[in-house]
Design a protein around this ligand. Structure first.
Ligand SMILES: [Zn+2]
Length: 266
């Protein structure tokens, strides 16, 4: 049986893919990764992601947003430009956006206001949000609660936490994106406990390529660059932890991504 997966978080505009992006895309398709959602992390990468997706409409979609690391760059002009990008059909979500108090690369107050502004944009555009959160759980949940019932859904991208945080995210109505973090038995221990508890209709998979190369990948690429063709490896680990087949995880995660991002099923 051939599988069909959607990589909901692929940083395909990253410079590490500049030299061989077409080959990377071909390998993904050959591996059964039929669609990628290319992540925008600031205004410039959101533009590039939208252009790339427009050039490959059958296999790529994109997000438009400002990562909390770049929250200081958020202002009226960025808000208007993001709103404009969201009118394009290939731009399917707002993000990545959220809060990151682990690295604190932008002041927390700037992070909170950029996050709130992007949630407002998502509500107005009726598009879901692609969310990043690190070490900021309480503020993140409090802000999202204010948008409960108005947002067109969202996904907690690169979820790395445990069962308690999972329960809170589910209460907020979020879907859960699982990366190759799950392939790290040591660092991913809490996530591995949470994965079997994710409801089948809230689960999605992603590589976050070129970051987060699955730790147990054999052979290990010399470049240490992660790429979307490794998504089946991640999905297989998720399936094992859940006591499901790869086919069943592929079917549910693809259905969930098609629904959340309002992608036409092909
Ligand atoms: Zn992220």
């Amino acid at each position: 049986m051939t599988i069909s997966l959607i990589d909901i978080g692929s940083n395909l505009t990253h410079e590490s893919f500049a030299a061989d992006r077409d080959a990377v895309m071909a390998r993904a398709l050959a591996a059964g990764v039929d669609r990628q959602i290319v992540t925008g992390t600031d205004l410039s990468s959101s533009h590039r992601a939208a252009e790339l997706a427009a050039a490959h409409p059958n296999v790529l979609s994109s997000t438009a947003g400002v990562h909390p690391h770049h929250a200081q760059s958020f202002g009226t002009e960025v808000r208007e430009a993001l709103t404009g990008l969201l009118h394009r059909p290939q731009v399917v979500a707002v993000g990545e956006c959220g809060l990151d108090y682990f690295r604190d690369l932008s002041p927390r107050e700037a992070q909170r206001s950029a996050f709130i502004a992007q949630l407002e944009i998502a509500v107005a555009a009726r598009k879901p949000v692609f969310l990043h959160q690190r070490d900021a759980h309480d503020d993140f949940a409090a802000i999202l609660e204010e948008f409960a019932g108005t947002l067109a859904g969202g996904v907690a991208h690169c979820f790395t936490e445990g069962p308690a945080e999972l329960e809170e995210y589910l209460k907020l109505g979020l879907s859960i994106g699982v990366t190759g973090w799950v392939n790290d038995e040591r660092r991913g221990q809490r996530l591995r406990e949470a994965v079997p508890l994710i409801p089948a209709d809230r689960l999605m998979v992603e590589t976050d390529a070129p970051y987060l190369l699955p730790r147990d990948l054999i052979p290990r690429p010399a470049s240490r660059r992660n790429e979307p063709s490794y998504l089946p490896h991640i999905a297989r680990t998720v399936a094992q932890l859940r006591g499901e087949t790869l086919e069943s995880v592929a079917a549910s995660t693809t259905r969930n991504a098609l629904r959340l991002f309002a992608l036409e099923s092909r």
